[in-house]
Every structure is written in C-alpha cells, then in structure tokens.
Design a protein around this ligand. Structure first.
Ligand code: APR
Ligand code: ZN
Ligand code: ZN
Length: 369
C-alpha cells in the first residue's frame, strides 16, 4: 500500500479536490508509476464540468508520465527506474478494431471503465470506499498503478512534461496529421483551435513538410505560439464565418488541402468543411459534447470529392508511436516543449481549469517533486 495525494472528482460540476488516497500494490501484469508530470487537457475539463458524464469518485488526469517504481509478478517489458508515458487507451486485444490493427478504435478497452482489465480498482479513500482512475491511469496523482500495456517505455533524457504531452495532445495532434490524414509534403494545411491539440497539429504539419500552415484561433496570442512551432500564417477566426472562409481561401490559393478542427465546436467543424477546395479533406479532431450534430452541403461534398475524417487519439498505437514521437522530439523535429507555458502544483488544478475555460495560456502541466 502506498499513501498518495490525488485530484479527485466527487461530482461533475464541483471542484476536483486534492485527497489523500491509498494505492494498492501492483498485482500480476501491473506496474506502479511515480508520476512526474500530468498535463491539463481540455478533455479533463469536459469531465470536470460534466459535458461527458463519467462515474465518480474519479481520480482525474489522462496525460501523464513518470518512472516505474514497482512491478507486479509477470511483468516483462518494464523494470524499476524506466521512464514511461501513460496511454489513456489500453487495447482489449480481441475486438474487431484490435484484431484489424486499429487499436485506437478499440471497442472494449478497460480504459473506458476506469478500472483495471479485470474490473478491479487500485485506489481507496480514507473511508475505505473505492475510487476509480480516469481511463484506468488517473495521472493527476503522486503515483498510479496501471496495466503493463498502459505504461510505454521512453528513452532517457526526455523532460517529463514533454513525455506527459506525448501521452495525449502530441499523439492526438501530430498523429491526426501524419497518420489519419497522411498529409503529403507540399500540401496546404489549416488548423482551427490552437490549444495543446491544435498546436500539435501545426507541429505535425511542419514535420509533414506542408507548404502553407494557417493557424486559426479567436485569441491573438495563440497565433504567435503557432508561428513559433511552424505556422506560416495566423488568422483570427471570428463569428463571421463567411469572412473567415474568404480570408482562409485567400491565403491558400482557394482553400487548404487539409483542415484540422481541434476545438470540438459545431460552428468550427462546419467552418472546416465549408472552406475546403475541391478534393480537400476536413479532419475533425476536437471532441464535442455527446449529442452535438453538424451540417454540411451534401452536393459540394460529392461533386467536389471532398472528404470528412474523424480522428481519435491521432490513430495512436501507443507502444509504437510514443517512442517515435519521443525520438523526433530528441532529434529537434518535434518542439513539444513550446506547448508548455505553465508548470503548477496539484493544488492549483482548479485555477488551471479556470484558465483553460477562459482560453488563457498554452498547455499547463502539473508537476510533482
Ligand atoms: N474559434 C476559434 N478558436 C476557438 C474557439 C472558436 N470559436 N473556441 C475556442 N477556441 C480556441 C481556444 O482559444 C483554444 O486556443 O480553441 C483552443 C482550444 O484549446 P484547449 O482548450 O487548450 O483544448 P485542447 O486540450 O487542445 O483540446 C482540444 O480536443 O481532445 C479534444 O477534448 C478536447 O475538445 C477538446 C479538443
Ligand atoms: Zn487529452
Ligand atoms: Zn479492442
């Protein structure tokens, strides 16, 4: 048993408070990871605010990294001291998606149940009641116990905050460009929404060798951040959609070949589809509330051979892709450190949520001593 502090959501819409919990010892096939950094992703805010109903009590966080501290019986791929990033999706290995190699689309991942694969929980509160771990990893905590397959070994020498971002926003954004859309060199790209996910799309577009990368946000400071990671142009997007479409077409010779929506708003999903040129592709990366519906003109879609793609987790196969993104970062090609503008302690999580809600700043990362 290990005593830890963790951010726990007791009821959606209420603050996630720091609680003292007990963490069980790793059992067969499980490892304990000492968390060093955990990013504050907009998906955490969706859960905190109740946009996506989740069972509670729930230890928050799904974008984390740290060091293996203990291994259970039978663990072969990891040993104590190994730096890891955590994957928020552990593939079940047997569903149709897993059998066809699309692990990011696993239909029956234990991560969806916020428990270990056998249904067990690893956390308990002071009164002995069980506490779930968000996506089975609950990274906003001093330590966590996860299935071996959730802890992906990374090379030495990575900043833990960068490693944490590889666990969600980097894989989601870079993967949307390189894997989901397979953007070819020379293509024109637009990215709508410049949080951790959108800025990672910009980085992906730069890696792909896009000729033009137009970054859109409603907050001017985000455009500068996008330029710093490879955007060639910045555009303030306003509620006047027609004007935004026109400005985007002007910058991209009639419309960007690939448009990434990285917010999860119906109006910007529709903007992404509307600005496409003939043969263009809109990739929807941002997750909306469950019931959201968007509309588009069917005739231009068919007549212009346009495409709309959904991209969850950047089509990540974490065991393969996390080390690749880490290597690209270490080689200077994936400047994920530029997404981070604030390192904070666990006690400032609610402040971080307030800033995220207000669209202030770039990626905030909780760091642990
Ligand atoms: N027009 C333009 N930009 C907008 C608009 C809008 N109407 N609304 C929000 N934005 C910008 C914000 O200013 C911010 O820069 O979108 C960005 C969103 O970034 P974050 O809140 O940091 O979100 P992030 O963590 O990047 O996640 C984006 O992906 O995985 C999903 O759940 C996640 O839906 C969320 C999305
Ligand atoms: Zn996330
Ligand atoms: Zn599966």
């Amino acid at each position: 048993m290990t005593a830890i502090r963790a951010a726990v959501l007791r009821a959606a819409g209420e603050p996630a408070a720091v609680e003292r919990l007990t963490l069980a010892e790793p059992r067969a096939g499980e490892v304990r990871v000492r968390i060093l950094a955990s990013g504050v992703c907009h998906s955490d805010l969706h859960v905190r605010d109740g946009d996506w109903p989740r069972p509670t009590p729930l230890a928050m966080g799904h974008e984390g990294a740290g060091v293996v501290e203990a291994v259970g019986p039978g663990v072969r791929s990891l040993s104590v001291g190994q730096p890891v990033a955590l994957s928020w999706l552990v593939p079940c290995g047997v569903c149709r998606s897993c059998r066809t190699g699309r692990v990011w689309a696993c239909l029956d991942s234990p991560s969806f149940r916020h428990r270990m694969p056998d249904g067990a929980t690893v956390l308990s509160a002071a009164d002995g009641a069980q506490v779930l771990s968000y996506c089975g990893i609950g990274t906003m905590a001093e330590a966590t116990v996860v299935p071996e397959a959730a802890a992906i070994a990374l090379p030495d020498g990575l900043d833990p905050s960068v490693a944490a971002l590889i666990g969600c926003c980097v894989s989601t954004g870079v993967g949307a460009v390189l894997k989901t859309a397979s953007v070819p060199a020379g293509a024109s790209v637009a990215v709508i929404g410049l949080g951790g996910v959108g800025l990672s799309c910009v980085i992906g577009a730069a890696i792909a060798g896009a000729s033009r990368i137009v970054a859109l946000d409603r907050v001017p400071a985000k455009l500068d951040a996008a330029r710093a990671v490879g955007a060639t142009d910045g555009l303030i997007s306003t509620e006047d959609r027609a004007a935004t479409v026109e400005a985007l077409r002007d910058l991209t010779d009639g419309g960007p070949d690939f448009v990434f929506e990285a917010i999860g708003r119906v109006s910007t999903v529709e903007l992404a589809i509307e600005c496409l040129p003939l043969g263009g592709t809109a990739i929807v990366v941002g997750l909306t509330p469950f019931e959201a519906r968007a509309s588009f003109g069917v005739y231009p879609l068919v007549d212009g051979s346009r495409r709309i793609l959904g991209s969850n987790y950047g089509f990540a196969d974490p065991a393969i892709d996390f080390p690749r993104y880490a290597a690209m970062h270490l080689a200077g090609r994936l400047p994920a450190e530029r997404l981070i503008d604030r390192r904070i302690g666990l006690d400032d999580l609610e402040g971080a949520f307030d800033r995220l809600r207000a669209g202030q700043g770039l990626r905030q990362v909780l760091v642990f001593d």
